[in-house]
Design a protein around this ligand. Structure first.
Ligand code: MGD
Ligand code: MGD
Ligand code: MO
Length: 669
């Protein structure tokens, strides 16, 4: 929740709202400087039409009428010649507002366009979590303040969930022992009492090692297991195969640290595990999340008011989103589905029928954020592809657009916000009028619907009406939370009670229990019990590892939000340069010194970085934080030329962190 200060109609300051129970007055640096973004010299202020080559980003201004007329004409032609599936919408997280996030859905559904499977972030983690506990939820993170042990597992909260750190610090101030589990020493790990520098992609093995000790030493809660779980006897037999010695070999963590953490965890019922999405971005990421969700069920921490675990609170906001998405407007049979992380393939596959002939991008910067960037850019460069990009900024993606449309920021449009970290719903009203000729996602979709002759009354609705319809859900968790309440109270906690312990007596799985043993996993072709499955692209792939001996993880940096804020000169300066961190040992064998320009490459591509030599990362693991727009990166290519468009074990998500590379000094490369 933000407090925005205006002077003569201009934003002069943005700060965290001290009254909001989760924000508590704290916001991150990038949002503090939000005015810089709203008034950025790279802001799109008028509709634009391409005049130069694709990729050059050269445009002439046109009117809204001309832009909408041209898009409607091209969509109509493409639909007539190739069928509506030749049109593909592409959108993701530019705004997570309930209306503006899914504004395009009803239009593209009614058109019969290809559907987009939005897998790039949470699909894998959520699928894994659901396998064990049946819903995407967990104990309220505010309750962590009362915990005696906090484990931050694969989450760099100091960068990515800054408000969570308020509660971590309070817990620690009360005497809680804080453990961070991450392949490198993040800013979060530096604030913890203990850091386990796990080898990327081996967390399942680590968790199985903990389970081995917990069960062997009788540090489990028999009563909770009996009452609320399924498959304990099978699990107990199974984890005998994961003694700490074996787990130490797999994870790179010393035996005594594994045993130590297991004993600490087993003797603390007020233990709170906060799991990040990061560790799901691996070949085996779904299995990892499923496995971690089992741990609090062994000790009974799920039933402790200051214990348990959380991946995300998304499942606690059962809004009526169908009222906004309108899947009923789709023709039958439903149009084909394209996985968003296969954008490059979809744009270049000669066998795809019909081919993708038109792309409508909003809320996303796919030229920067999608894996296998070389293939994505090859697709974007197609002269016969009609690309529309609705954007706030002149990004790497708008450089390839035929038409660019100016978008409002969250300061300029109305929306309803839920959360994936806390339990409050909130309304945000515009604080300034749209800059230039900017329009919100929903306004543009309404214009397009009218221009394409779509008659459904849905396209007459206002943003406020859509919010009211989304709130009109029968679910107990949001019952009684009305538009009026939100305008007067500003934020409202969902009706889940306090303390919130959704798995205290079981879980909404098929068996009604927390499932150590999962039939559903078996149906997906995966082991039914938590099992360590090595990465496809990791050291166990010895042939590939010989050529590319470094595991390269690519987590967020501090001052960007995915590729957003890369437009800001101020924040680019704070971020210094696109950096690859590597261990002094790996640097020495390659003759690399701190600050050297280097190239990082694999079979998918090559990009340039500055070497950051540090023992914050372990030998064999390189770290590239953040996504710089590649137009600001020397060599014109970004981190995602290195990442693969392979899918994970569950949910069709990306394997951003399962990535083998080699690094060399630029002058010798
Ligand atoms: N400043 C900033 N904040 C952000 C974002 C941003 O770009 N910048 N992005 C936002 C978005 S969209 C999301 S989804 C969230 C993501 O936020 P997080 O849930 O924190 O996920 P990641 O940042 O991808 O990864 C978190 C940590 O997982 C670690 N990791 C990688 N592989 C492994 C592994 O095998 N095991 C373990 N234990 N750890 C591993 C990474 O090193 C990283 O420190 O953050 C949001 N917040
Ligand atoms: N290497 C690497 N790649 C990653 C990740 C990583 O950690 N490392 N993280 C992945 C993750 S978790 C995610 S979620 C994705 C995110 O990928 P994206 O969803 O593409 O997120 P952003 O890069 O923030 O780009 C969002 C764009 O939407 C625009 N925008 C913002 N608000 C609006 C609006 O209201 N309307 C319109 N039309 N546009 C708007 C912004 O200006 C911005 O350019 O990236 C993924 N890619
Ligand atoms: Mo994300």
């Amino acid at each position: 929740s933000l407090v925005v200060t205006l002077d003569a109609g201009r934003i002069t300051d943005v700060s965290g709202n001290p009254e909001h129970p989760y924000t508590q007055g704290v916001i991150c640096g990038k949002v503090h400087d939000y005015a810089e973004r709203v008034y950025s010299p790279l802001r799109v202020l008028r509709p634009l039409r391409r005049v130069g080559e694709k990729g050059r980003g050269r445009f002439e201004p046109i009117s809204w009428d001309e832009a909408i007329e041209e898009i409607a004409r091209r969509f109509t032609e493409i639909k007539a010649r190739w069928g509506a599936e030749a049109i593909l919408p592409f959108s993701y997280g530019g705004t997570l507002g309930v209306v503006q996030f899914r504004a395009g859905h009803p239009f593209f559904h009614a058109l019969g366009a290809s559907q987009l499977d939005r897998t790039i972030c949470i699909s894998t983690a959520y699928a894994g979590w659901r396998a064990t506990v049946g819903m995407v939820g967990g104990n309220d993170s505010e309750q962590m303040v009362g915990a005696d042990l906090v484990i931050l597992w694969g989450i760099n909260a100091a960068y990515t969930h800054i408000n969570l750190m308020t509660f971590v610090k309070r817990a620690r101030g009360r005497g809680a022992y804080v453990v961070a589990i991450d392949p490198y020493r993040t800013r979060t790990a530096k604030q913890a009492d203990e850091h386990l520098m796990v080898r990327p992609g081996t967390d399942t093995a680590l968790a199985l090692g903990l389970m081995h000790v917990l069960i062997a030493e009788g540090l489990v809660d028999r009563e909770y297991i009996e009452r609320a779980t399924l498959g304990f006897d099978k699990l107990a037999e199974h984890v005998k195969a994961y003694p700490p010695e074996r787990v130490s070999d797999i994870t790179g963590i010393p035996v005594e640290r594994i045993v130590g953490l297991a004993r600490r965890y087993g003797s603390t019922r007020a233990s709170y595990i906060r799991v990040g999405i990061g560790l799901s971005r691996h070949d085996n990421g779904g299995m990892t999340c499923r496995t971690l969700a089992c741990l609090p069920a062994l000790t009974g921490a799920y039933a402790h008011p200051a214990g348990g675990a959380l991946l995300s609170t998304s499942g606690s906001f059962p809004l009526n989103v169908a009222a906004i998405e309108r899947p009923d407007l789709m023709p039958k049979p439903a149009p084909r589905v394209i996985n968003m992380i296969h954008l490059g393939r979809a744009l270049t596959d000669p066998g795809l029928q019909p081919p993708v002939k038109a792309l409508y991008v909003y809320n996303s910067n796919p030229a920067s954020v999608c894996p296998n960037q070389e293939l994505v850019l090859k697709g974007f460069a197609r002269e016969d592809l009609f690309t529309v990009v609705h954007e706030q900024m002149l990004t790497d993606t708008t450089d390839y657009a035929d038409i660019v449309l100016p978008a409002t920021t969250s300061m300029e449009h109305l929306d309803l916000y839920r959360s994936y970290g806390h339990l409050y719903l909130q309304l945000a009203e515009p604080v300034i009028p749209p800059e230039g000729e900017a329009r919100s996602n929903w306004e543009v979709i309404r214009l397009l619907a009218r221009a394409m002759g779509l008659k459904d009354p849905h396209f007459e609705k206002s943003e406020e009406t859509l919010i009211r319809e989304a709130l009109a859900s029968d679910d107990q968790a949001v019952k009684g939370i009305t538009y009026e309440r939100l305008t007067t109270e500003r934020w409202v906690r969902v009706n889940v009670g306090r303390p919130y312990m959704p798995f205290a007596d079981g879980a909404p799985t098929p068996s009604g229990k927390v499932e150590f043993y999962s039939e559903w996993m078996a149906k997906q072709g995966l082991p039914a019990l938590p099992t360590y499955v090595p990465l496809q692209e990791g050291p166990e792939n010895t042939e590939l590892h010989r050529r590319y001996p470094l595991q390269c993880i690519v987590p967020p940096n501090r001052f960007f939000l995915n590729s957003s804020f890369s437009q800001s000169e101020l924040l680019r300066k704070r971020q210094k340069a696109p950096i690859v961190f590597l261990n002094p040992e790996d640097a020495a064998t390659r003759g690399i010194r701190d600050g050297d320009p280097v190239k990082v490459w694999n079979d998918r591509g090559s990009a340039r970085f500055v070497a950051g030599v540090t023992d914050d990362t372990r030998p064999g693991v390189a770290v590239i934080e953040g996504i710089w727009w590649h137009k600001f990166q020397p060599g014109g290519r970004g981190v995602n030329v290195l990442t693969s468009d392979r899918v994970t074990d569950l949910g069709g998500g990306p394997v951003f962190h399962s990535n083998l590379v080699e690094i060399a000094r630029l002058d010798s490369a």
